[in-house]
Design a protein around this ligand. Structure first.
Ligand SMILES: Cc1cc2nc3c(=O)[nH]c(=O)nc-3n(C[C@H](O)[C@H](O)[C@H](O)COP(=O)(O)OP(=O)(O)OC[C@H]3O[C@@H](n4cnc5c(N)ncnc54)[C@H](O)[C@@H]3O)c2cc1C
Length: 461
């Protein structure tokens, strides 16, 4: 079996549900029932007699934002790589979501602009759009419908160890603390996960954490969608840092209940769209007419803002000592600049890592190193896209990878060519949509074609 990162990524992106799924343990516990936790629970349902999902919020069946996932009121794009995995784990996912109100977003009605120039059409991969709480509620419904998955509302306060393995989770419910016994535990507590502290308290190492400044300011408002005559679902306009210091971009998408979500983003001290009036003026005066048309509709929800400080990853794969029967998924391992929309799709691929690991019938008395090695491929891929682009921002000052200047020049050529050339745009989309590994772009043929495309575009200008 090939072990190149691109080959591993392809394997993890398999659209087909696995067939050989051995039951390996009695009870598996997932801490956190957001996107990553729900997907991990789905996979564990194949390998455990019982799966318990512990969540401190009581989301019920609601599609409303909740305290434990405060980012829920901001625009959330589900990339095609993530949708493909959701179809794998919940066959019929898109059809059900569309029946419940998600909006179809085929390539023909997605319009992308870079510095005011409309990009050519690239990947034809299907997308669907909906608010973040709506998408999460869809995943919750599918996962909790599985006969061996049950939910506990409570706050996990620690993990229990016995010898070299994790054996349970301490949970606080209604003021009382109990211990839920477990044969396997998954941390899906998001970017503020307490697992590192719990490991340290138990006498284990904590994973090193790497950070890169993002300092991103989001502002999202909702508008009514009816009668504006726009035959478009998703609009995205980004601005290069050299051309615009104040607004990084504006993204718009249709969501359930006949609404548009409109988001403006800016870095560091720039906070575009801080009020609904600001956002409307910005869309009307600084972006193509479609943006202005969307915000001419009735305002349904005023602007809500969100500040995202950094991209961060916890390097579990580097730990010398770690207990057996324990893994971490989703933002608890790596969370990125949200502007690239990678978080939910990464979480679906972490679920694939868990499935491949458990299907390999691992020795469960040892740490889950095989899992963390697979997950590293997914995290590295997303991290390289997100931090690679962010290093070009004036307020970001590293850490720079080796050969940064050369890599930046190559990225710049391919990114610029993707605006004008369909073939390059398709390949570029496949990587940014998390359908393919970034190394698939690193070929001399792609670079040469990009240089020629850019030279031609320069001559025309
Ligand atoms: C502003 C913003 C915009 C974003 N936009 C996008 C986008 O466009 N596309 C995209 O794919 N991703 C986006 N993301 C990222 C996305 O929100 C996350 O990657 C995704 O939700 C997966 O997160 P998670 O499930 O790992 O963690 P979270 O969603 O953070 O969930 C963690 C869960 O754990 C629970 N929890 C925590 N501690 C405990 C405890 N002790 N006991 C019990 N439960 C606990 C919390 O209540 C919560 O439910 C965005 C993020 C932000 C901040």
């Amino acid at each position: 079996m090939s072990t190149s990162p691109a080959a591993v990524f392809d394997r993890l992106s398999d659209p087909n549900p696995p067939t050989d799924t051995p039951v390996l343990f009695g009870t598996a516990i997932v801490i956190g029932s957001s996107v990553a936790g729900l997907l991990a629970a789905r996979v564990l349902a194949d390998h455990a007699e019982t799966v318990i999902v512990i969540e401190r919020d009581d989301p019920g069946t609601s599609s409303e934002p909740r305290a434990g996932a405060p980012q829920g009121n901001q625009i959330h794009v589900l990339l095609p790589g993530g949708l493909r995995q959701l179809e794998r784990w919940f066959p019929g996912f898109a059809e059900q979501a569309l029946a419940d109100g998600a909006r179809p977003a085929p390539a023909s009605i997605r319009h992308n602009y870079v510095d005011g120039v409309r990009k050519v059409s690239g990947s034809q991969a299907m997308m669907i759009t909906g608010s973040r709480p709506f998408q999460e509620a869809q995943m919750r419904r599918h996962t909790l419908a599985l006969p061996n998955v049950k939910a506990i509302i409570g706050r996990a306060t620690g993990v229990q160890f016995d010898g070299d393995a994790v054996t349970g989770v301490r949970v606080q419910t209604d003021g009382a603390e109990t211990v839920e016994r477990a044969d396997f535990v998954v941390d899906a507590m998001g970017r503020s996960s307490r697992l590192s502290e719990w490991l340290e308290q138990g006498g284990w190492q904590r994973p090193a954490i790497r950070r890169m400044t993002v300092d991103l300011n989001y502002a999202t408002a909702a508008f009514r969608r009816n009668g504006d005559g726009l035959d478009v679902n998703a609009l995205l306009a980004v601005r290069s840092p050299e051309l615009s210091a104040d607004v990084a971009g504006v993204a718009i998408s249709q969501i359930e209940r006949d609404r548009w979500l409109v988001m403006a983003g800016g870095y560091a001290q720039h906070r575009p769209g801080r009020t609904t009036e600001d956002l409307i003026t910005l869309c009307r005066t600084e972006f193509p007419p479609e943006f202005g048309q969307v915000v001419s509709n009735e305002v349904v929800e005023d602007v809500r803002t969100y500040r995202h400080a950094d991209s961060r990853r916890r390097d579990f794969h580097l730990l010398q000592r770690m207990p057996a029967r324990l893994v971490a998924v989703g933002d608890a391992v790596a969370s990125f600049n949200p502007i690239y929309g990678q978080g939910m799709s990464s979480a679906t691929l972490h679920a694939s890592c868990l499935s491949e690991f458990l299907r390999s019938r691992p020795d469960l008395s040892k740490p889950a190193r095989g899992f963390f090695e697979l997950q590293k491929v997914v995290v590295d891929a997303a991290w390289s896209i997100s931090t690679g682009a962010d290093l070009a921002l004036p307020h970001v000052d590293g850490p720079y990878p080796r050969f940064y200047k050369v890599l930046q020049w190559i990225n710049g050529q391919i990114t610029a060519a993707s605006v004008h050339d369909s073939d390059i745009c398709r390949r570029f989309d496949e990587v940014t949509f998390m359908l393919k590994h970034p190394s698939t772009l690193a070929s001399p043929a792609v670079l040469l074609r990009s240089i020629l495309v850019n030279l031609r575009a320069k001559k025309k200008a």
